[in-house]
Write a protein that binds this ligand. Structure first.
Ligand code: B12
Ligand code: SF4
Length: 505
């Protein structure tokens, strides 16, 4: 059954987000799934197009498209999303522009104020998007559409947020149709995990409320997952149809339920696939040895963990929750050695303190803590972020940040200035308490650390290059002399050293 004819087709756009490796665009695919069978839709993926606007314009000039949906996360994808949305609205003013995704949800005020965005859906769009299109098609009121933000008489209206959707009720993603726009094989990238890596998203939200995390304002400490059997079925289908041999789970917190992880591991065991996901140290540390052994046997090769800091007081300020503490991080790094699962520890450096001296002291404390983790389990991969505030309202950390004078941009255009793009990349944020000296200290350490222990996920970096980097950086690492490691930086640029935190995992 298709809407009311040809004039209400939907164009869904996924702006370019990665420099190289493409991934199945699960966000925009979920939105496509939500209108599949109801309205005609097409996908334009900025990651697969040299000039996405040409493709968009070719569709829109047919006059058959009424709705344009943009999936917008922060960072470099804004560099396409913002100018292209503006251009679409200018050239095709009759189209209705809807934005969704993490950026649109967390920064909705600035998004909805742009005169080229008509509607924002904050949080999951699986129900809200088809409901919005239906209401617009039928001229129905919008007040009851949960998670919708719109303008009315110059005011911004933010409807009530929808409860989390039971994930097993959601339709399967329209892979075959995506394949008709862009070959799925091209989305199954070669990487550390395998030759054909599938990106899969099996749960939404997270049960925790860390005050630096973008998941919190959207999901408010709630988590819902697809059952293990459903996850397995989807993966098996892609494996059989397109020969995927590895899986990147894109869930914010894949491992919340030991039972589900174990069930999934039992099912996937026979498929000979490798996989990776994100979890919490204190959650997985409560898994039994038997579960961890099974996971490894079933292909779990590496797990990403938010370690954040080695300072328990800062963990508290971050509202990290659970039982996570520096001591557990150390014990867990040691425990993972036994199972041959690589722990990937991510740290958030540069949180605010009353004085600059204290900020610097904490940075140095964390750098030393990272070294300690490396000495306990040298295989631990280290990811370093610099704290970039997210609007977690009413959290101690965010309130402190506002009191320190931090402000988000007031227009969408400002978000695409180079320093705000860097802010999004969580590498060089413009927080008032960080000085260039502090940022350099973090970056210099990171360069030396990456030289000494190059990430295993950079598959292009051969043994010879690794050895050269290691030999060159070792004296610096051993003596703690990180200052201006230009020689290492030059080699990393020359060899296009891959940073998982920027290029994806
Ligand atoms: C895959 C991924 C990427 C991919 C690219 C994805 C792509 N678009 O092609 C790569 C690896 C390149 C990447 C990079 C970055 N990412 Co990223 N990424 C993710 C990840 C892991 C999965 C996204 C996904 O597929 N989700 C599955 C879908 C189903 O969920 P969803 O996106 O929320 O979509 C739902 C709703 O948002 C909404 N929706 C989404 N789009 C639309 C569109 C419309 C029209 C509507 C109506 C609704 C709607 O409905 C969907 C279905 O319910 C998320 C974390 C996560 N679990 O979501 C982080 C995440 C989005 N990334 C994040 C960040 C910060 C980045 C980076 C900026 C920095 C970094 N260092 O990681 C880089 C920069 C790249 C860039 N933006 O250009 C943050 C965003 C934080 C924030 N402040 O908002 C997240 C949340 C991770 C995190 N927990 O911190 N990322
Ligand atoms: S545990 Fe991870 S995903 Fe969950 S709120 Fe904290 S940082 Fe975010």
């Amino acid at each position: 059954m298709f809407g009311t004819g040809y004039m209400n087709k939907i164009l869904l756009f996924n702006p370019r987000s990665a420099r190289a490796k493409r991934r199945i665009p699960n966000s925009i695919m979920s939105i496509a799934a939500s209108v599949e069978g109801l309205y005609e839709w097409v996908i334009v993926d900025g990651n697969c197009e040299r000039e996405p606007y040409d493709k968009i314009s070719a569709y829109l000039s047919s006059g058959e498209f009424k709705y344009v949906g943009f999936s917008v996360m922060p960072g470099p994808s804004l560099l396409q999303a913002i100018p292209l949305a503006k251009k679409v609205k200018k050239q095709y003013p009759q189209t209705i522009m809807v934005w969704g995704g993490y950026f649109a949800s967390n920064q909705y005020q600035v998004v909805i104020q742009a005169d080229y965005v008509d509607y924002v859906i904050y949080g999951p769009g699986d129900h809200a998007f088809p409901q919005l299109i239906h209401a617009l098609e039928k001229g129905l009121p919008l007040q009851r559409i949960k998670s919708l933000i719109y303008k009315s008489d110059g005011r911004i209206i933010r409807n009530q947020k929808e409860e989390l959707i039971d994930q097993q009720t959601l339709p399967s993603l329209p892979y075959e149709k995506l394949n008709s726009f862009y070959p799925i094989e091209k989305y199954l990238g070669k990487g550390y995990l395998g030759r054909r890596t599938l990106a899969y998203h099996s749960s939404v939200g997270c049960p925790f409320s860390c005050s630096f995390c973008a998941v919190v304002p959207i999901y408010n400490a709630r988590w819902k997952a697809k059952p293990a059997a459903m996850v397995y079925q989807d993966i098996k289908y892609i494996k059989d149809r397109w020969h995927a041999d590895a899986i990147e789970f894109h869930d914010n917190n894949f491992f919340v339920s030991e039972k589900r992880t174990v069930e999934f591991s039992r099912l996937i065991l026979q498929e000979n696939m490798t996989w990776w996901g994100e979890g919490r140290i204190d959650t997985i540390n409560k898994y039994s040895d038997t579960s961890l052994e099974l996971m490894r046997k079933a292909g779990c090769k590496m797990i990403f963990f938010g370690a954040e800091t080695g300072n328990d007081t800062v963990l508290k300020k971050m509202n990290k929750g659970g039982t996570l503490c520096a001591d557990e991080m150390k014990r867990f790094a040691a425990r993972m050695k036994k199972f041959d699962i690589i722990p990937e520890y991510s740290f958030v450096l540069g949180t605010p303190f009353p004085t600059k001296k204290e900020v610097m002291k904490q940075i140095d404390f964390d750098l030393n803590f990272i070294r300690e983790i490396k000495s306990i389990n040298p295989d631990t991969e280290i990811i370093i972020y610099v704290y970039s505030p997210v609007p977690v309202e009413d959290s101690t950390l965010y309130n402190e940040v506002l009191a320190d004078g931090f402000r988000f941009p007031r227009t969408l255009e400002e978000w695409i200035s180079p320093h705000w793009i860097n802010f999004d990349l969580r590498k060089n944020p413009l927080t008032p308490w960080l000085t260039p000296r502090m940022i350099n200290r973090i970056k210099d350490f990171e360069t030396v650390l990456n030289g000494c222990y190059s990430t295993v996920s950079d598959i292009r970096l051969n043994k010879v290059k690794r050895n050269i980097l290691h030999a060159l950086s070792l004296p610096r690492y051993l003596t703690g002399f990180y200052w201006r490691p230009y020689e290492l930086k030059a080699l990393q640029i020359l060899w296009k050293y891959r940073q998982p935190e920027i290029d994806g995992f």
